[in-house]
Design a protein around this ligand. Structure first.
Ligand code: TXA
Ligand code: MG
Length: 327
């Protein structure tokens, strides 16, 4: 592996071009957040509908005031506690932040990713890098450089390879732009972790269901494989697997507890029952299943506990959006 060319990444960003880069959550597809034309290239490459706001990635909390105003005390405390790390803060934007980044809203999403290569690139660029996950719209987020290549290929002039992402699912999104803090997307940083810092439990879930999609990750069919995916209760796994085999289907199975079935039409993937490892590996497993020419992916439901909230959220969306044709 050649060392990632961060100098070239910075040149490309300055020239208004795209750069895919690693973060601790998933790979991002970045552009200079102050260059509306550059940001428009992200939407084109991802085939992402317009008006979906993007997260602006910063080199450190010291840059907060250049992007958000006002910056509430809670935001500073959370940045101090969790940045660099998998927490995105939604704050009222500074006026200079282009509409193409915020989806025309008066708020902006900000985060400092916890990855050496991303931080190095951001520090040398010394600006904000607008970046969604580096997948085509509605698809599984990439957690390796090879995934990005498979999703976007030559649509992006440079992919910085930082190895597999440590966390593996997208950041927690916390809206601090209104009176009541609310988690718009669950992630590795839990409501209780946030409460420890700001002294109150944030509300759960997006509130503006009637609004334009403020969080595309909150659409029911997001993070989805092309192959149909079913979530099955652990106790129903043996019956589910046996009956799918009897139907003559080729299936992929992701399970922590069910006993593995050895059969030529079954691709069995054991998942460790530890939530961190499970999240770390989830998208890579789904992507491999998706490329294996299966008829169905069967996922053993994970525990319905608060610890598993973010993983369960992604699994439910994967099930809801699976089996669809190209958007
Ligand atoms: O972990 C992550 O957050 C990754 C890495 C690359 O940083 N990024 C990511 O970006 O997941 P994306 O675009 O796939 O999802 C970001 C979510 C979107 O659902 C978007 O709607 C929401 O953040 N978002 C961004 N700005 C927002 C805003 N001002 N108000 C509400 N939601 C916002
Ligand atoms: Mg995404």
């Amino acid at each position: 592996m050649t060392p990632p060319d961060i100098g070239r990444a910075v040149e490309l960003l300055r020239a208004g071009q795209l750069v895919a880069f690693p973060t601790e959550t998933v790979y991002g597809l970045g552009a200079d957040a102050l260059n509306a034309e550059a940001v428009a290239r992200i939407f084109a490459a991802k085939q992402r509908p317009p008006h979906h706001p993007l997260i602006v990635h910063l080199a450190g909390a010291a840059f907060l005031d250049l992007w958000a105003h006002p910056v509430p005390a809670a935001a500073r405390r959370l940045a101090e506690a969790f940045w660099p790390g998998p927490l995105t803060l939604i704050l009222k934007r500074q006026r200079r932040v282009p509409d193409v980044v915020t989806g025309g809203q008066d708020t902006v999403g900000l985060r400092v990713p916890d990855h050496r290569i991303a931080l190095d690139m951001l520090a040398r660029f010394a600006g904000g890098v607008a970046a969604p996950s580096a997948n085509r719209h509605g698809r599984i987020s990439p957690t390796t450089a090879a995934h990005v290549r498979a999703e976007l290929g030559d649509r992006v002039p440079l992919i910085l390879d930082g190895g597999p992402c440590q966390v593996g699912i997208e950041s927690t999104i916390l809206d601090l732009s209104r009176a009541q803090p609310a988690i718009l997307r669950p992630g590795a940083i839990a409501a209780a972790d946030i409460a420890d810092v700001i002294g109150a439990l944030p509300a759960a879930g997006p509130r503006d269901e009637d609004d334009a999609p403020r969080v595309s990750g909150s659409l029911p069919g997001h993070y989805a494989p092309r192959t149909p995916l079913r979530l099955v209760a652990p106790e129903d796994m043996p019956h589910e697997v046996a009956s799918r085999i009897a139907q003559g289907l080729r299936i992929g199975v992701l399970a922590s507890h069910a006993r593995a079935v050895h059969h030529p039409e079954v691709l069995w993937q054991r998942a460790l029952p530890d939530v961190r490892t499970y999240a770390h590996d989830l998208y890579a497993h789904l992507r491999r299943f998706d490329g294996a020419g299966l008829d169905l992916i069967v996922v053993e439901a994970t525990p319905q506990t608060v610890e598993w909230l973010a993983v369960n959220d992604r699994l439910q969306r994967a099930a809801a959006g699976s089996g669809e044709e190209e958007p």
